[in-house]
Write a protein that binds this ligand. Structure first.
Ligand SMILES: Cc1ncc(COP(=O)(O)O)c(C=O)c1O
Length: 468
């Protein structure tokens, strides 16, 4: 599927795009109405401010005018966040929210990591202030984040070839990267995996960057469609941008093997494509920070020029702190300096200075050896809990399944999600009859499940697969 960037933006504004509804923008018509109307209303308001007359007259004038935004249509709820809203409104005690990718404890409660609490305590003790950060972010954070991604001895970092800028979590870092591509790599198409995290399309379309898809998932095997992926990357015009999930692919939970990554790198090199990695789950796939960064490190070692967006929402549970980074790896230090200066310029116009709290948490956790080791253990614990829940779900499904289906895909998929293969009508049954909330594409977040509820989920899945 391919749309021009203009058509994608127009669809977004009207809420047509199925997976990307939240970026509604006023249409040209409403801007015209806005510019035609505002001077009159504002002049009246200004006059009232400077006269002794009561404001009643101008209020009436405003009330009787047609709105500048008359032509705006209702945007549909976000396909992921809308699920949480529907879940909240459900009064059933059976309800389960497997929609959003947020880690829960075995009691299905939100979790603040112990290392985060320790870092916050240290921050208080040290009396950190709330001054503006530089546009590029907190220096200690930037140092820590690139070391975490590429390894502390990475040659590209030592050579000064990596431009790192703190940004607003994964989404903001991707959006900054998209703005950078729109300005400095114009006319290129971004290729996204099919399926992908719903917001990818939104982010690139909103930045005015055209996107298309490459095959990724094979429903017949519930596995990677490696041949399809390679064929589509080969067919993409030379010099395209290829978005790759660094690990724990969302929504499928299926990653290429190391051998496949190596072949993907060969092809991308041959085609002179630009890889743009999205690393939102480092440490969450395998439980190891290093293993989960292997794909990106392979490309950097091979000398690629590339972009990487990082997020600390999941691996440090800092969802609401909006902490992440955009890294650009370049052939020379001189170019890295120039690219960084332009990224700062873009960030200045988009949001100016990034937030400090999450950046300090990351810097404290990574910069303190004891806390860093503790984090690795906590992360392995979170990844382990999800793996254990996967195993329990498979057992419960097998107990109930009279058709002898193969459920092993649930344990071979990694990260937070399982792509179940449930079709939209089956998903509807999961929600309407069983109060199990999940995205329409059949994805469930196993981070929102515990062993005690695995049997209930298995009942719901078997009923939905068998009867719809
Ligand atoms: C693949 C992928 N990229 C990026 C993100 C960005 O998340 P955040 O903006 O919360 O860091 C997510 C979150 O679900 C994701 O799944």
């Amino acid at each position: 599927m391919a749309f021009s960037a203009t058509a994608q933006r127009a669809a977004l504004a009207q809420g047509f795009a199925t997976s990307i509804p939240s970026a509604d923008q006023p249409s040209k018509a409403s801007f015209a109405a806005f510019s035609g109307f505002r001077p009159v209303a504002l002049k009246k308001a200004a006059l009232d401010l400077h006269s002794a007359k009561p404001a009643r007259v101008s209020m009436q004038a405003v009330a009787t005018k047609a709105s500048a935004f008359e032509s705006i249509t209702q945007a549909p709820p976000d396909p992921i966040l809308g699920v949480s809203e529907a879940f909240k409104a459900d009064t059933s005690s059976d309800k389960l929210n497997l929609g959003v990718g947020a880690y829960r404890t075995e009691d299905i409660k939100p979790y603040v990591l112990d290392v985060v609490k320790k870092a916050e305590k240290l921050m208080l003790e040290n009396g950190e202030n709330k001054e503006y950060l530089p546009i590029e972010g907190l220096a200690d954070f930037n140092k820590a984040t690139v070391a975490l991604l590429l390894g502390s001895d990475n040659k590209a970092v030592k050579d000064g070839r990596v431009a790192t800028i703190q940004s607003l979590s994964g989404t903001g870092s991707l959006r900054l990267g998209a703005a950078f591509l729109a300005r400095f790599y114009p006319g290129r198409t971004v290729f996204l995996s099919n399926p992908t995290w719903g917001n990818h399309k939104n982010i690139f379309a909103d930045a005015g960057v055209e996107w298309k898809e490459y095959r990724y998932f094979n429903p017949a095997t519930i596995g990677l469609d490696f041949e399809g992926m390679m064929a589509d990357i080969e067919a993409a015009p030379n010099g395209s941008v290829i978005v790759l999930h660094g690990c724990a692919h969302n929504p499928t939970g299926i990653d290429p093997t190391p051998e496949q990554w190596s072949k993907i790198a060969d092809l991308i090199e041959k085609k002179n494509h630009l890889p743009f990695f999205d690393v939102a789950y480092q440490g969450f796939a395998s439980g190891s920070l290093d293993e989960d960064a292997a794909s990106v490190r392979l490309f950097v070692e091979r000398g690629f020029e590339l972009l990487v967006a990082q997020s600390y929402s999941k691996n440090l549970g800092l969802y609401a702190e909006r902490i992440g980074a955009l890294n650009a790896v370049l052939p020379t230090a001189d170019l890295a300096t120039k690219v960084k200066s332009q990224l700062k310029r873009l960030a200045r116009a988009l949001y100016s200075n990034p937030p400090v709290h999450g950046a300090r948490i990351v810097a404290y956790v990574v910069g303190n050896n004891d806390i860093f080791d503790e984090w690795k253990q906590e992360m392995a614990g979170m990844a382990g809990r999800i793996q254990a829940v996967r195993a329990t779900l498979v057992e419960e499904l097998k107990k109930r399944d009279t058709k002898g289906r193969d459920w092993s895909f649930i344990t071979s998929q990694i990260g937070m999600f399982s792509f179940t293969g449930l079709k939209p009508a089956q998903v509807e049954n999961m929600t309407k009859k069983w109060h199990v909330y999940m995205t329409k594409d059949g994805r469930i977040s196993l981070a929102g499940l515990n062993k005690a509820r695995a049997g209930y989920l298995a009942d719901a899945m078997i009923d939905s697969f068998d009867n719809f």
